[in-house]
Design a protein around this ligand. Structure first.
Ligand code: MLT
Length: 272
């Protein structure tokens, strides 16, 4: 891999062959993947990106300017920014894994840049669109974080993203997620909420993709429940489902071993 990229990218492991690219959830950044890396055998490179407005990446506004597209928050723009970044890094094919919001980005990549994807992992995510109520709530939260100039409105997610077992038995995980959320800027949080609010149902993109797919879900995930993961498994042509025990919506930190195993199995299914 060479060159700079539009989005902030973190080379978590150098190596040979098709890279594994990791896309984080909301309202977080690429650090949520760090526990996985030491659990990945093999020598393939591992790269984590920060999505627009999050972590060390430029704002959605700046990304839109750079890509010369309308300055409107969207998951499509997230996907185009990922594709542009990988192209700048000299990556023409990758296995891409996304958690929740990152999974929405992977689904948009399937629709817009399928040639890039040697394999896709959909972790703690869903392919359906929001209900009207969920959409309205996202827009309300976006307005509120902008009005307050803080991320207070989304701090409740430090507990909501964890499963019941983690909430009761591992308070350190709540603190860890809390720290990651507090590191994000209100503008980026608002931009992502508006982007996710506008995303369409992407079951058709999943049905059309003929590469290998890994679907991973925590059995205590209350935000993207097991039923959503099963529906994606049924829609995809070549999918394997991993249900992670005693984990909620943050399987890579709550129970990383089975997540790493599912990603390694996916890399092994990729045709070279
Ligand atoms: C996430 O973890 O990325 C969020 O739960 C996504 C969402 O709000 O739908």
């Amino acid at each position: 891999m060479t060159g700079d990229g539009l989005l902030a990218h973190h080379r978590l492991r150098e190596g040979e062959g098709t890279p594994l690219v990791l896309l984080h959830g909301f309202p977080l950044d690429s650090r949520m993947w760090h526990d996985i890396v030491p659990l990945l055998p093999g020598s393939f490179p591992v790269l984590a990106l920060d999505l627009p407005g999050m972590g060390a990446s430029p704002s959605g506004h700046d990304v839109a300017l750079r890509l010369q597209v309308p300055d409107v928050p969207s998951v499509e723009l997230q996907a185009d920014a990922v594709a542009d970044t990988l192209a700048e890094l000299g990556v023409d094919r990758a296995v891409v894994a996304g958690l929740s919001m990152g999974g929405y980005t992977v689904l948009a990549l399937l629709e817009r840049h399928a040639w890039l994807l040697a394999g896709a992992a959909l972790v703690d995510t869903k392919a359906g669109a929001d209900t009207e109520e969920a959409r309205a709530n996202r827009l309300r939260i976006a307005d509120e974080v902008e009005r307050s100039g803080t991320v207070d409105e989304v701090l409740g997610m430090r507990r909501a993203v964890l499963g019941e077992t983690s909430r009761e038995q591992r308070p350190g995980l709540v603190d860890r997620v809390d720290g990651w959320i507090r590191d994000q800027g209100p503008a980026g949080v608002a931009w992502c909420q508006r982007a996710m609010a506008s995303r369409p149902d992407r079951y058709d993109a999943l049905r059309a993709y003929d590469g290998p797919v890994a679907i991973v879900v925590g059995d205590e995930d209350e935000l993207s429940p097991v039923a959503d993961a099963e529906a994606m498994r049924d829609a995809a042509r070549d999918a394997e489902l991993t249900v992670v025990r005693r984990a909620g919506h943050m399987t890579p930190i709550e129970n990383p071993e089975p997540v790493a195993a599912a990603l390694v199995a996916l890399v092994g299914r990729v045709s070279v």
